[in-house]
Design a protein around this ligand. Structure first.
Ligand SMILES: [Zn+2]
Length: 491
């Protein structure tokens, strides 16, 4: 049966919920009533905002992935078909017999799709989203947005990569597509009944700000739903990310990835408990509750107050359902450093060398020549692409089950094959089985998490665009561009 189109959205049709991310004034007919900024369509999708210096790495990824532009579209029936397959598999009393009878369930990617389907099903339990206005942040090519639309939600898909948003809008034109940034959403307060972020949050370069913005655009009573995000112990540092990603082929090829400390996910929530009813889950918890046991791979609910200290000393994969119980009490975030209009950037994509040269002009100094453990003062500070040693000549560390060019991928890892999944290049971030630390991490009982696989494919993620990404150097997020960055437009 062909999927039914989602109900028309009056709000989406009128676009009366849009706000200028530069000054916060209403946007009418794609023009800001306050500062006069205009927001033209970019590759067919209206884009509200401008790229900032700290987006440099994400921009380079988009350039690197631009040659895949023609292959990013999803088949519209893929979502319904895969969700139905997962539901049938879930209901099957004899899983082995079901797998034997359905070839697709034997594919390498099926385990991920099933885990993701279960997470979404669990997180949506008890929520009636039919007719609800739902925002999907980091929508990628629209897989989750369409999944929600098939349940009757009126979905707005927000995506920061123009080429990925283009593919999404072509695949699912029934959805409302907006180009923009998660840390300064182009929407009025309380515009949405629910906000959904699947496997995207960990890509953002400012998690607390992204979560605050997601909660700001929620109506009281609505939920922020997140899933599929790897996290590391607060006691570990970026060195752990180097350890993990140094064995991750796609990251070494330039995909921007990170494993944020758990506190980055929880900070905004803990500071605003008065207006929030949070539910916290792990999809994987390395070391289990004790920290020294086997990985807890069952979906597990935790009490934020009682369990947060323990969880902050672990690594794993996170899901959350945060209900807003009263109006969000904080003002909106604004884009203060927008220097590069998306339309200008898209114009460079035909000439990658020029695009990279132009991007280099706006890279913040804080991201350059920062010390790394391997080559002091010689590497760009980034979890992506900066390597301690030439990656391909190193033997894999004993016991590591990470996806890697050198080591055999773990059975659950599909980073190298993401492009062949019918899920498309959307990040799912289902982590591999736990990797053992090669050297002792900085904190007691901490365990490194394995690479969040699958988002890291040549056609995927960073350039599939989850909104702006955090740069791993804390200074990078605090400081603006200290170079004399060219300003292509008022920002
Ligand atoms: Zn404005």
């Amino acid at each position: 049966m062909a999927p039914l189109p989602p109900a028309a959205s009056p709000s989406a049709a009128a676009n009366d919920d849009l706000e200028c991310p530069h000054c916060g004034a209403p946007v009418v007919q794609w023009r800001c009533d306050g500062c006069g900024a205009t927001f033209p369509r970019v590759l067919g999708v209206p884009f509200l905002g401008a790229f900032e210096p700290a987006d440099a790495l994400g921009l380079i990824e988009i350039v690197a992935n631009a040659p895949n532009r023609g292959s990013l579209r999803l088949e519209p029936d893929t979502v319904a078909r895969l969700d139905a397959l997962c539901a049938s598999y879930h209901a099957a009393p004899d899983k082995e017999a079901f797998r034997a009878a359905h070839a697709e369930t034997q594919a390498w990617w099926f385990g991920h799709r099933y885990a993701e389907w279960r997470a979404v099903e669990t997180l949506l339990e008890g929520l009636d989203i039919a007719g609800a206005a739902v925002l999907d942040i980091g929508a990628g090519q629209g897989f989750d947005a369409w999944r929600l639309a098939l349940r009757g939600a009126r979905v707005t898909a927000l995506e920061f990569s123009p080429i990925v948003a283009e593919a999404g809008a072509q695949s699912f034109p029934e959805l409302r597509w907006i180009g923009g940034f998660a840390h300064a959403l182009p929407f009025r307060n309380a515009s949405f009944d629910h906000v959904f972020i699947n496997a995207a949050l960990h890509h953002m370069r400012d998690l607390p700000a992204t979560i605050a913005e997601a909660l700001r655009v929620l109506r009281p009573g609505g939920c922020l739903i997140t899933s599929g995000d790897p996290f590391r112990a607060d006691t570990t540092g970026p060195a752990l990310e180097f350890d993990v990603f140094d064995r991750h082929e796609a990251v070494l090829l330039g995909i921007n990835e990170q494993i944020p400390p758990l506190s980055d996910f929880l900070l905004t929530i803990e500071r605003n408990r008065a207006v929030l009813a949070p539910e916290i889950f792990t999809q994987v918890l390395h070391g289990g509750r004790s920290g020294s046991g086997p990985a807890l791979e069952e979906w597990t609910a935790w009490d934020l107050d009682a369990d947060a200290p323990m969880l902050k000393a672990r690594a794993g994969s996170l899901a959350m359902r945060i209900r807003l119980t009263a109006p969000w009490p904080h003002p909106r975030a604004l884009q203060r450093e927008g220097v590069l209009p998306p339309a200008t950037f898209v114009g460079w994509l035909r000439d990658p060398a020029r695009a990279v040269a132009e991007i280099a002009r706006i890279i913040p100094r804080a991201m350059l020549d920062t010390p790394s453990q391997a080559r002091p003062r010689s590497s760009i500070s980034s979890t992506a692409g900066a390597s301690r040693d030439p990656p391909r000549r190193r033997a894999p560390p004993t016991g590591v089950r990470a996806c890697s060019a050198a080591a055999a991928p773990s059975p659950d890892c599909d980073s190298r094959r993401a492009a062949t999944s019918p899920r498309g290049s959307r990040c799912s971030s289902t982590p591999c089985l736990p990797a053992r630390p090669r050297s002792a991490p900085t904190g007691p009982r901490s365990r490194p998490t394995s690479p969040p696989c699958r988002q890291a494919s040549p056609s995927c993620s960073s350039s599939s665009g989850r909104g702006s990404r955090r740069i791993s150097t804390p200074a990078a997020s605090r400081s603006g561009c200290r170079l004399r960055a060219p300003r292509w437009a008022p920002g």
